[in-house]
Design a binder for this molecule. Structure first.
Ligand SMILES: [Zn+2]
Length: 327
């Protein structure tokens, strides 16, 4: 009997504890999950760079920003179109054509149009925090659709929810929301964004990149990059990081115990420009870069809590980096 009371007590204790987690962060869970479901739907055909399915994703994201009444970063609309010409080996790798002999110089160039989707919530200063998530994925391979639910419909749906959350807040920094194209073939979208950025690059205080944040069975999310930017740790230490469990690492060159993720996604372009970055993501899993990376295989409650935690991190960085300039 006593034992039952103890169990009941523990259950009540656990329930009330979990209710207090992320208590200030209110998001529309259903909208978040709905957007993830739409972005990873078969009709988008795996969102490969330059395809109709990828363009559908761009338009869907732009429509979400528009219906939230969040301003476009550019005067020309939400979608920043860019062209990229594939030549020689790279052309054969990404858009292969059959050639009679092995002479790669005979392969004609091909130019493909992509698009980043960009929105902004204006802050009190002219400093910028850029939140990124890549919208493209691997398309169709051997007749199978690679839906990329975790990689990276999860990051893009989160981007929309984070924008919705901050819509009526007054951040110190401008918050720039960038769903970037062509990460899977070399971060072409992120590169184009920085090469054509509408403000001086030295106004960018931070890049927060999300790539794969919805699928982890042991409720662990990583914040990676602190090896390069140890000053970015303190704002994370203030957060309630029990659910999910926020871990640090995967950012040390030459560490044999874990992969270095410094160059694993679009944050590497910011790193190249010496712009501080923090990358949120999960460990690789059995569905990583497989046709089984589908909506059914994500962890819904882990995902919702991961997004809330990242929102807390954005708030914390916004305050912390602002105070750093003021002092
Ligand atoms: Zn990815």
């Amino acid at each position: 009997m006593k034992y039952i009371y103890l169990i009941a007590f523990l259950l009540v204790g656990f329930a009330s504890k979990s209710q207090t987690l992320n208590k200030d962060i209110e998001i529309n869970d259903e909208a978040l999950l709905h957007n993830l479901r739409v972005l990873s739907h078969d009709s988008l055909q795996g969102r490969f760079f330059g395809t109709a399915g990828n363009q559908k994703a761009q338009i869907y994201i732009a429509d979400q920003f528009d219906s939230l009444r969040i301003e476009s970063l550019l005067v020309s609309g939400y979608i920043q179109k860019f062209r990229y010409t594939f030549r020689n080996e790279f052309r054969q790798e990404v858009y292969p054509v059959s050639i009679a002999d092995k002479d790669i110089s005979r392969v004609p160039d091909t130019t493909v149009t992509g698009g980043n989707v960009l929105a902004i919530i204006r802050g009190e200063t002219d400093r910028n925090i850029i939140i990124t998530a890549h919208l493209d994925h691997l398309g169709i391979q051997d007749g199978r659709i690679f839906n990329g639910a975790d990689d990276n419909a999860s990051g893009v749906a989160a981007l929309i929810s984070i924008a919705a959350y901050f819509k009526n807040k007054s951040p110190k920094h401008n918050l720039i929301f960038a769903a970037v194209d062509a990460e899977e073939i070399g971060s072409l979208g992120a590169e184009y964004l920085l090469e054509n950025f509408p403000f001086p690059l030295n106004t960018i205080a931070l890049n927060i990149n999300m790539d794969m944040i919805a699928h982890n069975d042991v409720i662990q999310l990583y914040a990676s990059g602190l090896f390069h930017h140890p000053q970015l740790k303190e704002p994370l230490e203030k957060l309630n990081t029990l659910n999910p469990d926020l871990l640090y690492g995967h950012d040390r060159p030459g560490n044999r115990e874990e992969d270095d993720w410094t160059f694993s996604s679009d944050h590497r372009i910011f790193h190249h420009y010496k712009i501080p970055f923090i990358y949120f993501g999960v460990e690789d899993h059995e569905d990583y870069h497989q046709s089984t990376d589908t909506f059914e295989n994500i962890n819904e409650s882990f995902y919702v809590n991961a997004v809330k935690l990242i929102i807390e991190a954005v708030e914390s960085y916004d305050t912390y980096l602002y105070n750093g300039i003021k002092n």
